[in-house]
Design a protein around this ligand. Sequence first.
Ligand code: PLP
Length: 459
Amino acid sequence: MTSTDAHEAAQEAAKRNLWLHFTRMSAYEDSDVPVIVRGSGPYVFDQHGKKYLDGLSGLFVSQVGHGRTEIAEAGARQASELAYFPLWSYAHPKAIELAARLADLAPGDLNRVFFTTSGSEAVESAWKLAKQYFKLTGEPTRYKVISRELAYHGTSMGALAVTGLAAIKHDFEPLAPGGVRVPNTNFYRAPDFLAGDEEQFGEWAADEIERAILREGPESVAAVYLEPVQNSGGCFPPPPGYFQRVRDICDRYGVLMVSDEVICAFGRLGYYFGSERYDYQPDIITFAKGVTSGYAPLGGMMVSDRLMEPFTAGTATFLHGITFAGHPVSCAVALANLDIFEKEDLLENVRANEAAFRATLEKLYDLPIVGDVRGAGYFYGIEMVKDKVTRETFSDDESERLLRGFLSQALFDAGLVCRADDRGDPVIQLSPPLICGQEHFDEIERILREVLTEAWNRL
Ligand SMILES: Cc1ncc(COP(=O)(O)O)c(C=O)c1O
């Protein structure tokens, strides 16, 4: 078979047998499915050998970059020694070692790790834990969860009920009951009466959580889910004081505070955990993605002894488990990944370079289409607008033409993997590997400038 034949056969099979996630399959009727075949550092390569800067770390995952043979070898060694054994009644050495290491890294008293295989499972596990915890501690009516508008917390039925993106929920209703929405911290789109005062905006947004708890009845609310920096909608950092105020509100009403750090943990914001950066103490942290940099799937939740306590005596059991959770290969890979974090001081790399990353992206403000550049660490969203002064956004039709019809493909063709997202107002999402530096920021800026200029000319 020639390489052209092999390429055509792969394309045919990709179109006939493979179902891509959150993808309009019709988009590939007349064009090739992009096939990424290998990666090296912050770059990936397609089936034709073309190189792309991975400006999204795959999907907010590849913290240490691609092609790290030491992680691959750690996984292979573990697979040879013990490929699989469940964490149901048994432990295995790498799960023990990883749990202890995560407990050392996590803020405050979060020292118990319940592993999962994914972020959605972590989010659902936290909800199930909250429900059962309250059943065991004499508050059996607490089951509702509060989360923020547009926030993405996963796609399985329970996690979807926590997710705040109406567009991806409707078709799957009825969902698990109990999901309650509150405003997010999009300061760029703050209500008029709060525009210009970020601190007051933060107080208002936190107090909206209190109002929701009171509206629903505190005795019915189990938990509040918040990302340190909300991804969906385009990177909303917390206003100053926001998390401290939410912590007080949760304490006042006995509601658990879940920090969903599936994206924000493991260096994305320059710290092992986003809650550390913003100086708040959650009751539960959910994580996934960067814990292994994607060399194997793993997620989990970390909880305090206080939450564990009702499960420690007699017949009490957390009635929940997942076959592949805490898979030995994934745990070995996570440990090797964390070794690289330490050896290469990746957290320091992010902290030392984040101002330069921001400054490089802010150069794009001279383009008429760039309305807001926001984020923290190596995690940024660029909101596109039709009018910078009025902040007018695009109509659905314009958004469709701009994002789906042009931008996504044009950015990829220009050699940048990032995400053009219109689940809220149209944004470009960036989340490069933590090994990146100025040369990569410049490459991102150059490509964005070229493609966004062209997008504006087409409007
Ligand atoms: C904050 C957050 N929570 C949960 C999830 C779900 O994770 P997974 O896709 O691993 O199920 C995601 C995925 O992007 C996420 O960003």
